[in-house]
Design a protein around this ligand. Sequence first.
Ligand code: GDP
Length: 322
Amino acid sequence: MKSGSTVFVAGHKGLVGSAIVRRLSKDDAYRVITADRSTLDLTDARMVDSYFDRQRPEYVFLAAAKVGGILANDSYPGDFIRENLSIQISVLEAARRNGVSKLLFLGSSCIYPRLAPQPIREDALLTGPLEATNEAYAIAKIAGIKMCQGYRRQYGCNFIAAMPTNLYGPGDNFDLHSSHVLPALIRKFHEAKEEHRPTVQVWGSGKPRREFLHVDDLADACVHLMNVWDDGDIVNVGVGQDITIAELAEMVQDVVGYPGKIQYDATKPDGTPRKLLDVSRMASLGWQARIPLRAGIESTYRWFLSGAHDRTSAGTGVGAQA
Ligand code: GDP
């Protein structure tokens, strides 16, 4: 990205967008622009086009999306597919029409087949059936990837796409119905400790394996890709290691200092059995994750204790991305 250029971060109030803004402001080299939901509805193609026409961004990070954990995705598939498709169509088309130099689209590791060989390589895309609990979200994200690739081929747009693994960090959604597992566990163990409860419920069997990437690592990876990657092929962004949900629960329990017991709730879904990304493409581009999981959980817990999560708009609304 050229120094002094105008960079639009769509979804700046969400987990990913806020981290990208933090990362970009460290360099002090760019004019970073953002727009609140009250002034710019990203699902409204005409509004988005006129915003691009006025602001003339040269680089765009598309970090706006309707996101949520396993239960939210499973309960509201219609909303997940509609809102995500609408945002993608509005922003990608506005970027094309207004001559944006380069755009980074954020997908997700759930775009890959449920039983993809592990660790999952980028070429596993569209080789098998998806996980049912988040199929609608995954289909919207796959459509976004194909739109980026189609616009590159047909119009020559420099649109790239990064596929992050499960994310966490400051700015996360801690609402127990719509959140992902890591923030949910922080909240559950914290509240159980405060209220001296004897047990904490962890959904499913505890056996699924997941990989967790701190959002500040992802933001750094996105800026890196914006500077070095000019190709239509998608790029995985992860840490290269996974743990079981049971191991994660024990780690969060330890960080929070909760003395009680863990109970597994078999009435809740496990989702996909394993989701570990192959990160060799990113490594070959000279990037790797730096924040160890335990240190990341400790700093996210401190952020949670500061009460900041009550003041953010993260959640299943447009603007958050995971
Ligand atoms: P996923 O990666 O799309 O399945 O999304 P989640 O982060 O929501 O869930 C990951 C795994 O953690 C699933 O197996 C969940 O059943 C499990 N899990 C255990 N306890 C919780 C919880 O309190 N909230 C959520 N969201 N998931 C939980």
